[in-house]
Structure formats: structure tokens, C-alpha cells
Design a protein around this ligand. Structure first.
Ligand SMILES: NC(=O)c1ccc[n+]([C@@H]2O[C@H](COP(=O)([O-])OP(=O)(O)OC[C@H]3O[C@@H](n4cnc5c(N)ncnc54)[C@H](O)[C@@H]3O)[C@@H](O)[C@H]2O)c1
Ligand SMILES: [Zn+2]
Ligand SMILES: [Zn+2]
Length: 391
């Protein structure tokens, strides 16, 4: 089959790889009909390269049609239409039972000290082949896949694999008071959905991003916006009676613009051989923390910051004195996809499309064009906001 594989820093290719086969009784094989590119793929494309290996298959936002199931999979059959959550989780361990599927104790990558295995997400999360491919082997298919109807187009359901529940969790963790103000930093796909979810739940939402077409998309959905380049703390406070927003979702992560020191560290690490680079990431501050620091400055005293954006360094300095003094609550983590599906499924199937899932994708291409699309998405060229591959 054809798959999009990683070859080096900022280098991905489409190549022929062996078709996946059932390995465990709880596996399924899914033929992929749509597979999105995520902001997290951009971290693997560049900063987290030291944890990638040549020919790793990328992709963790897929959906498709079940081709084959193992003997232990009784909830699915050939021909079912399914969305595949990016977490690989068992559904019955202590963590899964608490709705913490991203920490699943059955699939945790213990040798790396990380949480649940993830599709297409580097050595850190188990080097499991991903879904930007014609076929995908789905472990723990007796629990993970979300069965969906056959009437509506893929775009209605596809984002249940990752960014929609990620945005939902980000807003839940932001703990916005009734009628309060939520600021969303970053209006990429995650930030778009976090802002729209905030509106849907009745909050005032202010979205911040340096890219004009991303702000314009958010404005179409009733979100107030702010250009990142314009001293945002003062402006946010001015718009909120001098206090700052009650809650902030960081939907940017470790590659934020406007952070020269972090950019320097990320480039320096990029020049080291993999083993040394891994050591550097694990012992040094390679994150560009400008958004986290900005959120600590801007949030109102006693407010909550919720990090959806992914961070990777271990020794990144945090302004603890200010965080303590301002009594800030901080929550974060990979999304627990399955936990939020019952909340989200009715919304994506609602005819009025309350979260605007049909207004996100800007580019839709075959797998062959995926390498060009990684570049476009990373450089934010050609109005690129969300890419869907149709293998
Ligand atoms: N927690 C999870 O489970 C989870 C799931 C999916 C994605 N993510 C993470 O969420 C983040 C966003 O993903 P995405 O798909 O929306 O990607 P993206 O890269 O398209 O979005 C990032 C956005 O942040 C904006 N930005 C950059 N610097 C900024 C700054 N200083 N201030 C304000 N905005 C700034 C960019 O213009 C862009 O619009 C990534 O870190 C990704 O890894 C986390
Ligand atoms: Zn993702
Ligand atoms: Zn589990």
C-alpha cells in the first residue's frame, strides 16, 4: 500500500510499504477514506525529529471502512464506517475507567515513561504506524473505533479522531465561569474549534493569532479576535474591565512565533545527532514558551489556563512566583478522545452544524500531494488551515 512516511527533518515522502495485517485477536484493519494533517504532525516534522525513524508512517486523524477484524473484535464487522481516536487505549484499565484514556495503563510506553500509545507519533508514543496511508492496523479495536452512520460526509465525523475532542477537553479544563470570558491563543484547527465550542457553551470568546485568514475564519463563527503581534496583554485586560480573561486555552504549543530564545534552542537541537538531541530535549528547555508566559500575564487573578498545545522540553523555566501570586489554576494533557464522544457525536450530526465542522478544511488532496501539503501547512501558505488527505 501507499503511505506517507517520515524521512528526516522537514522531509516526508509517499512510498510503498507492506500492507498491515492482523497481529492480535483485538486488531482490525481499516481502509482509510480521509486522514487529516494535525499541528502535532508539524512537531514530528521538525522539532521532535530526534524521536522519529526513517520510514515511520505518520498520521493520527483517520477514518474509513473496516476491512477485517480479529476474533476478539465483536463490536465491529467488515463494512462498518469508523473514526479512529488517536489514543490507543484498552477501555478497561484503571485509567480508561476514569476517562483518562490518554494515560491507558495497558498501552503506556513504559520504557519512555510516557502515556498511552498513539498512532503515528514517534518513539515517545510507541512508534505505531499511523493513518496517513491506504490501510491502518488498529490495535484494541474492541474498544477504540467510533462507529458512525453512512449518510453524512466524512468531514462531519473526521475531527472526532482528535481536534474536536481536544478542543472540547481544552475548554472543559479551562473551567470558564457561567457567562465568563475565554481567550483562545492560537487559531489553528484546535483553536478554531475551542473558540466555537466556547461560543456554543455561551461564553464570550476572544481568539488570538498572528495570521489574518485564521482570525477571519474565527470571526465568521462569532469570535472576537486579536492580532497576536499587537501587545495582547494590555488589550485583553482593556476588553475585560482591567482584569483579564477568566480562562485561557493555549492552542499553540511548543513552536510559537515570537520566541527567539526557544527558536534558537530548537534549531541547535536540530543539528545534533539523534541520541544527543534526545538528551538535550530531555534535559534542556527547548520549548518556545511565549504563549504560556503570555497566558500567565494575561489571565485574571484566580483564573484558569488550559494547555492543549503540546510541549516537549523538560527544563523549561516557568514563572512560578507570578503563577502562585496570581493564584492561577493550570491544566493540560493529551486529549482523552473517547471520554468526550457522547457529548460531541450529536453536535457533529446536528443539521445546523453548531460547531461548524463543515467550515474548517481548506485543502483536500490525494496522498501523493501530502509532502507538498506538509510544507504549505507548516509555512501557512496559500491560506492553508486544515488539510484532509484522501488516500
Ligand atoms: N492535547 C492534545 O491532545 C492535542 C491534540 C491535537 C493537537 N494538539 C496541539 O495543539 C497545538 C495546535 O494544533 P493545531 O492543529 O491547531 O496547529 P497549528 O500549528 O495550525 O496552530 C497553531 C496556531 O498558533 C498560532 N500562533 C503561533 N504563535 C502564536 C502566538 N505567539 N500567539 C498566538 N498564536 C500563535 C499559529 O498562527 C497557528 O494558527 C499543537 O501544539 C498541537 O500539537 C494537542
Ligand atoms: Zn493531532
Ligand atoms: Zn486502558
Amino acid at each position: 500500500m501507499k503511505a506517507l512516511t517520515w524521512h528526516g527533518r522537514r522531509s516526508v515522502k509517499v512510498e510503498d510499504v507492506p500492507d498491515p495485517v492482523l497481529q492480535e485477536p483485538t486488531d482490525a484493519i481499516v481502509r482509510i477514506t480521509s486522514s487529516a494533517i494535525c499541528g502535532s504532525d508539524l512537531h514530528l516534522y521538525e522539532v521532535l525529529s530526534p524521536y522519529m525513524n526513517k520510514h515511520d508512517v505518520l498520521g493520527h486523524e483517520p477514518m474509513g471502512i473496516v476491512e477485517e477484524v480479529g476474533s476478539g473484535v465483536t463490536n465491529l464487522k467488515k463494512g462498518d464506517r469508523v473514526v479512529i481516536p488517536f489514543n490507543i487505549s484498552c477501555g478497561h484499565c484503571y485509567m480508561c475507567r476514569q476517562g483518562l484514556q490518554s494515560q491507558c495503563e495497558t498501552t503506556q510506553i513504559r520504557e519512555k515513561g510516557t502515556g498511552a500509545a498513539l498512532f503515528g507519533f514517534s518513539e515517545l508514543y510507541g512508534s505505531v504506524p499511523g493513518g496517513q496511508a491506504q490501510y491502518l492496523r488498529v490495535p484494541h479495536a474492541d474498544y477504540g473505533p467510533i462507529k458512525v452512520g453512512s449518510e453524512l460526509p466524512d468531514d462531519r465525523y473526521l475531527f472526532l479522531s482528535d481536534i474536536l475532542p481536544t478542543a472540547w477537553q481544552g475548554v472543559q479544563y479551562a473551567n470558564v465561569p457561567d457567562g465568563g470570558t475565554l481567550a483562545v491563543f492560537g487559531l489553528g484547527p484546535v483553536g478554531q474549534f475551542a473558540s466555537r465550542i466556547g461560543k456554543h457553551l455561551g461564553y464570550r470568546v476572544i481568539g488570538v493569532d498572528p495570521v489574518p485568514e485564521r482570525r477571519a475564519m474565527a470571526e465568521r463563527h462569532g469570535v472576537e479576535t486579536l492580532d497576536y503581534s499587537k501587545g495582547i496583554t494590555g488589550e485583553l485586560q482593556e476588553r475585560t474591565e482591567g482584569r483579564g480573561p477568566d480562562s485561557i486555552v493555549d492552542a499553540v504549543g511548543m513552536e510559537a512565533h515570537g520566541a527567539p530564545l526557544g527558536a534558537f534552542a530548537q534549531n541547535a537541537v536540530g543539528l545534533l545527532p539523534d541520541k544527543l538531541a534526545q538528551k538535550a530535549i530531555e534535559t534542556a528547555g527547548v520549548d518556545r514558551l511565549v504563549v504560556v508566559h503570555g497566558a500567565v500575564e494575561a489571565v485574571r487573578r484566580g483564573g484558569t489556563i488550559s494547555l492543549s498545545g503540546v510541549y516537549g522540553g523538560t527544563a523549561s523555566p516557568m514563572p512560578l512566583m507570578k503563577m502562585f501570586d496570581k493564584q492561577i489554576q493550570l491544566r493540560m494533557g493529551q486529549c482523552n478522545v473517547k471520554r468526550w464522544i457522547d457529548d460531541l457525536l450529536p453536535l457533529v450530526e446536528d443539521e445546523s452544524d453548531p460547531l461548524g465542522v463543515m467550515d474548517l478544511v481548506t485543502h483536500r488532496v490525494g496522498l501523493d500531494e501530502a509532502p507538498a501539503m506538509y510544507e504549505k501547512f507548516q509555512k501557512k501558505e496559500d491560506g492553508c488551515i486544515k488539510v484532509v488527505l484522501q488516500p
